[in-house]
Design a protein around this ligand. Sequence first.
Ligand SMILES: C[S@@+](CC[C@H](N)C(=O)[O-])C[C@H]1O[C@@H](n2cnc3c(N)ncnc32)[C@H](O)[C@@H]1O
Length: 208
Amino acid sequence: MIAANRDILAGARVLDIASHDGRWSFAALQAGAARVTGIEARKELVKGAEDNFAHYDIDPTKYQFICADVFDALTTEDLDVDVVMCLGFLYHTLRYNELFAHIRALRPRHLIIDTNVMPGQEEPVIRLVRDKTAKQQHAVADAYSHNGRALVGKPSTPAVQHMLETYDFEVEDIYDWQSLIAQRPSVTGVADYSKEKRVTVRSKLQVA
Ligand SMILES: C[S@@+](CC[C@H](N)C(=O)[O-])C[C@H]1O[C@@H](n2cnc3c(N)ncnc32)[C@H](O)[C@@H]1O
């Protein structure tokens, strides 16, 4: 997700959507990003990210973590970005129109999406799933969640492509996880990628 995108991350202002404990923001800076902004709704994770960055003595002018619901922050914050990373979030929402419209309005050069997908599905479809809002990895409670659950969707890979193309993002690459994993058979924790249940898609905004 990071090494393969070093060319677009170098010198870039990066927005990390659902930044969790800052792991991918940190990696983006290590890859040469000029500055990262993370948006994460869970307070304890934002605190974790700030502690992590302080621990590694990262220049405070190079990062910012906004503790907010991503849909609120994308509406209210004034963000200047070159690359948007939307990693591990697309299957924790159903609000695709809003998400993509907001991202497009930022006019980033590139958008990188890493997401769980429905394997083997050739149609652009979404499977409805319920997230438990109490779980740290899941959707946060919001005005639309109910009884501790949020309706979210798991897209097929063609659905991810469809969403991107609808908002003028041209797919540049769907990362070849299978080849990477085949070269490193001892690596664990990547089963979703090897079973094609998860993809990483790099796209570029086509500006008229
Ligand atoms: C599966 S984790 C992915 C974290 C990280 N981006 C990664 O790839 O490792 C999903 C993250 O989305 C955050 N999240 C869920 N709903 C959110 C929302 N509406 N606004 C902001 N963050 C949200 C969760 O708190 C969690 O940190």
